[in-house]
Design a protein around this ligand. Structure first.
Ligand SMILES: [Cu+2]
Length: 233
């Protein structure tokens, strides 16, 4: 029996969408800011599919339309209209909503002053090819491993000891470069306890692909208990 086109398309979609979940997927968000990034991604995907279908439809039309001959000035006018509408108006209309919705999402991941309380601060330094994680107040130092409290803003102070790296835990938020001599701050806030995985997202040499980090998110009580147990004060 030959499967119908609908069955084949459904099968292909399922196969593609199965890549949307998993430990490194931005489309399986576990924080408010990661959720907002995922929503924008889905909108961009939906709009780009419409654009693709539109372009394919125009291409088919151009291939199979009956031949018509225009005078030179009219042909030039039609050509100019395509450049103006397709080359200027369409990209502008597409980019403006992206800016309107995208800028506030990025803004919420900045280390802005909180209405109450202080964020937890963790210092992260990228090395070829590992992550050094420090809790300055407790004198804790870890390698390729991080512990965070859930539901609490955490400021990750990023720098690098050698080349440019990029810190990225896709399910918790955006990525941010770790650059030698600079200190960039990334604010994350995980929804709930769990284990999340990160990966260096800037090619940094031979061991880049194996530059991973495991993020353990605990309840606030468990996090404080962990700090007491591991810290030196
Ligand atoms: Cu890297």
């Amino acid at each position: 029996m030959v499967p119908s086109i609908a069955t084949v398309l459904a099968g292909i979609s399922l196969l593609i969408l199965s890549g949307c979940s998993g430990p490194y997927s931005t489309l399986d968000p576990a924080s408010q800011s990661a959720r907002e990034v995922a929503i924008i991604w889905w909108w961009m995907f939906a709009v780009s599919v419409q654009v693709l279908l539109g372009v394919v439809a125009l291409w088919l039309y151009a291939m199979f339309r009956p031949q018509r001959h225009f005078s030179q000035p009219r042909a030039q006018r039609i050509q100019n209209q395509w450049v103006i509408w397709g080359g200027l108006v369409l990209p502008t209309v597409a980019i403006i909503p992206l800016l309107v919705f995208g800028l506030p999402v990025g803004h919420r991941m900045l280390p802005l002053p909180l209405e109450e309380g202080e964020p937890v601060t963790i210092q992260v330094t990228g090395h070829q090819w590992w992550w050094q994680v420090r809790y300055p107040q407790q004198g804790i130092e870890l390698q390729d491993e991080m512990h965070l409290p859930a539901g609490v803003p955490v400021d990750i102070e990023l720098t690098s000891a050698d080349v440019i790296h990029s810190f990225w835990v896709p399910r918790l938020g955006r990525k941010l470069d770790a650059i030698p001599a600079y200190h960039h701050v990334l604010r994350l806030q995980a929804d709930e306890p769990g284990v999340y995985y990160g990966q260096c997202a800037e090619f940094c040499g031979f061991g880049h692909a194996h530059m991973l980090i495991t993020v353990h998110v605990h309840s606030l009580e468990d996090y404080n208990a962990w700090l007491e147990e591991v810290g030196d004060e």
